[in-house]
Write a protein that binds this ligand. Structure first.
Ligand code: PLP
Length: 364
């Protein structure tokens, strides 16, 4: 058997530690996962209440057009029905974009580090990946533009960026869109959109009126807390959506996922509570870090990239032994750091204490 050559150099996604596994290993009653930017407050109680009624006719295939969810999102964003494409998580939209636009001989431009699925899917399609290092956590948009040539098909912007949490400011992104050639598809991944509290961010949905080479990605996995159901979407001008549609599996979002997303979108008070609580706990974390002279990137998301005087792996191991799973910066391409998802108030107080103790113990 002969597989694609590139796959031989690639490794499958390595999931974070399983909670039950860690509990046994360290003899702990309780584990708190602050590693995958999941919502510590769960998901809308309305979903829990109303969903059972909506789970009928599971013997039937889902609505492949997601018509009801589509109508809902259309009204929410004030766009046309044909401007939307739904995916099994926005992960799948990334895959659909790569399947549609990338092939050997083409190239794609992205920041480094950023969300790893852009690179992963681009490589599988045989495209050349051009990575431009972040500048102090920010996308270096000038250098990214310099990497664009005739063969560039897709350019990825992640704002706020995973794993740094840094967002792209309004005028910076506006200038970029003006200068980026129209043969390049610009992807603006806004997985953490709901968490942004700054006013100084680009109105990407509005910008779709001016750019046919733009797609905006959003998801129900993060602030909406529905990561387990897998539903995300892309918003773009109609011709671009029509170009992407043949690459989409016909029944890619499930009946249950569609129904839950509809209810979740209606419960904006849950989003408000979640994001306000996140902002408060993030502010306390930043104050704690300031007081302890620990540096970090200013985050507009639900996680903070924290710089350490020791390796991220070492801090990861320490926190793991205390019942907290975080992401080590070594695994993310930023050594001597951890990426910490903002949890609830009580857990944040404990994890901060543990970070402080570890650093006190290693100070020379
Ligand atoms: C979590 C995340 C996604 C993927 O979300 P799903 O909708 O669950 O697939 C996409 N982009 C970024 C930057 C993320 O952090």
């Amino acid at each position: 058997m002969k597989s694609k050559e590139i796959l031989k150099q690639m490794t499958p996604y390595k999931p974070g530690k399983q909670i039950e596994e860690v509990k046994r290993e360290y003899n702990l009653d309780r584990i708190v996962k602050l590693a995958s930017n999941e919502n510590p407050f769960g998901f809308s109680p309305q979903v829990k209440e109303q969903l059972p009624e909506l789970i009928t006719q599971l013997e039937k295939y889902p609505d492949g057009y997601a018509a009801t969810l589509r109508k809902k999102v259309t009204g929410f964003l004030n766009v046309d029905e044909e401007q939307l494409i739904f995916g099994n998580g926005s992960d799948e939209i990334v895959q659909i974009i790569c399947r549609t636009f990338l092939e050997p001989g083409a190239n794609t431009v992205m920041a480094a580090p950023t969300f790893p699925q852009y690179r992963h899917n681009a490589l599988i399609e045989g495209a050349e990946v051009r990575e431009v290092p972040l500048n102090n956590g920010h996308h270096d948009l000038d250098k990214m533009l310099q990497q664009v040539d005739e063969q560039t098909r897709v350019l990825w912007l992640c704002t706020p960026n995973n794993p740094t949490g840094v967002h792209i400011k309004e005028n910076v992104l506006r200038d970029f869109m003006e200068n980026c050639p129209s043969h390049v598809l610009v992807v603006i991944d806004e997985a953490y959109y709901e968490y942004m509290k700054t006013e100084d961010h680009y109105d990407s949905i509005q910008a779709l009126q001016n750019y046919e080479n733009l797609i905006v990605l959003r998801t129900f996995s993060k602030a909406y807390g529905l990561a387990g159901l897998r539903v995300g979407y892309g918003v773009a001008a109609k011709p671009l959506i029509h170009t992407l549609e043949p690459s989409r599996e016909p029944f890619n979002t499930s009946t249950i996922a569609q129904a839950a997303a509809i209810i979740a979108l209606d419960d904006q008070s849950f989003i408000e509570e979640t994001t306000n609580e996140n902002a408060k706990n993030k502010q306390s974390l930043m104050s704690f870090l300031d007081e302890n002279q620990i540096s970090y990137f200013e985050s507009e998301a639900n996680f903070v990239l924290i710089h350490l005087p020791i390796s991220g792996d070492e801090m990861f191991e320490h926190l793991l032994s205390k019942g907290f799973i975080v992401r080590s910066g070594e695994a993310l391409g930023i050594p001597q750091s951890i990426r910490l998802t903002i949890g609830d108030k009580e857990d944040m107080a404990i994890v901060q204490q543990e970070i402080q103790q570890k650093l006190a113990g290693t100070a020379k």
